[in-house]
Design a protein around this ligand. Sequence first.
Ligand SMILES: [Zn+2]
Length: 347
Amino acid sequence: MSAATEVQFLRNIQRLLDEGDFVATYKFALLQALADLSVEGAPDSEGSLVVPLDRFAEKFIEYYWPQVVPFRPTSGSDGILQQNTGQQAAILKELLQLRVTFGGKIQLARQDVRLWQQTVRKVASVVREMPLWKLQVVAGKPEEFLYRQADFKNGAITLVPGVSSHFRSFHGLVLRLVRGRWLERVRTVKSNQSIIGAEADLEGFLFGTGRKALDGFRDVLREVDGLNCFYCDRQINAVPEVDHFISWSRYPIDLGHNFVLAHPACNNGKRDFLADPRHLQRWSDRNRQAGTMLASGFDAAALPHDLIRSFAIARWAYAQGEETGAHTWMAGDQFLKLDERWRTVLQ
Ligand SMILES: [Zn+2]
């Protein structure tokens, strides 16, 4: 991929965000879904990626799921943030209903296959009707640099060759741009302003993870992995920390198999670095050997997990790391430049 086409891609994304028309937040969700699905999917030999609308719908459900609860109790309002000027975005009403039915647990909703698929279909039709063909209209003109309406077939779009690779290269950058604008959009809806107030952590609410939510993962991991620290293999006497093996800052998602238990000191030492390929080897072994057992534990506790996606995300993170000359964390304050050893682990 040439530097010139990469720059052009980023310019196009920036123009789209600067000049596109954003009435609802759907277009931000769609952009984020394009970036995420590029990481989680595998492009064909020509570099194009086919993505069914159902996959977008599932991403929309994931993104909006935490956003449909009240931001905070507010007099004279339900406290739920509007994602649209005028009427509340339709997807949110749909999800609010689903949240109530399943006590806020998305994993439980997924397990009700019939209802889940019904919701996915409804959301997919909103995606098709609302942001899909509007996203790339800038200043009234269509500029189809991501996917083309003419290629739409069997309920799936095809990304223009090279696009998914650009999204993989610039995932973090695109995500920050998109979320920054999404946040601004929600903040500027007039009826939201009295709900949000001055000092609230809106970003944490919209895109963050509740620390409390990690407690459930801790219990399942303890059962399967035992009481030793994943990284140094010594016993943990304090409360073990639940570490995102591929860090949250690299790829903000909570999927069960990505977690390991660690000493607070080991977790702090690793911070947002990639772990050394030896750690990666053990993470991979743990998931290949105990993946099914972990999955049933996560299911029983209604916690999200997806082994295939977890591996796809790890593969992407290490490929990106190698390309950008990342350092990996071994132990304490020891770091090493990432070499190609990770490839044999994640084949
Ligand atoms: Zn440790």
